[in-house]
Design a binder for this molecule. Structure first.
Ligand code: ATP
Length: 234
């Protein structure tokens, strides 16, 4: 059974329909990537799955429950965690406080303050520092840690490398490797196709809000995916 089942999902920004009739099935332990050009609707889709953005039509079922109208904080408590684009930390709170905020929606599981700090060692010396004073890579580690602490059943990762130096991106992905190795169910949005292929078992290509192609990463080439970015048929 799918842990996440999405049917005919639509989401709007005013008159603009950013997500148009998306169907999606995610099985437990699966890692799915959403790819597509800027503005394809990937971020809006992730935010709609997390309940931060409203669906204008369609259905989202999580572990057999219709959550389409369930508010974000309750979806978080049920096990859907979003690492948002741009990290969105509380800049004037400490790193420890940023992590503690997530404890209110924590489910039982292997992730807690100590195990997150162990998985993201770059956080350790910074626990008492203000989140806004950290480097981009450190902030991203905190943002991922904040999502993991809830022990999510589905982790949504939105462009974790955006704006980071190559070394910082490597650091973030080194830590994510632990998460991947543990079989965490996740949906990833990542501009770097090589990293996408490395992490994800399956891809959905989006163009102007529509899923135009999908497939397993071992059955698709990067050229095929690139063609879908621009709406060409291969
Ligand atoms: P990106 O890689 O740039 O984040 P994306 O694939 O995630 O792209 P979205 O950010 O979901 O795409 O944007 C989908 C469409 O919705 C785009 O046309 C975008 O301009 C529009 N859009 C996104 N956010 C807003 C907003 N807050 N107000 C109005 N339009 C928006």
């Amino acid at each position: 059974m799918s842990i996440l089942k999405v049917r005919g999902l639509e989401a709007r920004h005013g008159l603009l329909q950013a997500v148009r009739g998306v169907d999606l099935d995610l099985r437990e332990g699966e890692r799915l990537a959403l790819v597509g050009a800027n503005g394809a609707g990937k971020t809006t889709l992730l935010r709609t799955l997390a309940g931060i953005h409203p669906a204008s039509a369609g259905m989202i079922e999580f572990d057999g429950t219709d959550v389409t109208s369930v508010p974000a904080y309750r979806r978080a408590a049920m096990g859907i965690a979003l690492v948002p684009e741009g990290r969105r930390l509380f800049a004037s709170m400490t790193v420890a406080e940023n992590l503690q905020v997530a404890l209110s929606t924590r489910r039982t599981g292997r992730w807690n303050l100590d195990s997150v700090v162990e998985a993201f060692p770059q956080i350790k010396p910074k626990l008492k520092a203000l989140a806004g004073s950290l480097s981009g890579g450190q902030q991203q580690a905190v943002a991922i840690g904040r999502a993991l602490i809830t022990n999510p059943r589905v982790l949504l990762l939105d462009e974790v490398s955006l704006g980071l130096s190559p070394a910082a991106v490597q650091g973030v992905y080194d830590s994510l490797a632990t998460v991947v190795a543990e079989g965490t169910t996740l949906i990833l949005v990542e501009q770097d196709l090589q990293r996408t292929f490395d992490v994800a078992g399956r891809l959905l290509c989006m163009l102007e809000g529509v899923v135009v192609a999908s497939g397993h990463t071992d059955e698709m080439t990067r050229d095929e995916v690139m063609a879908h970015y621009f709406g060409h048929h291969v």
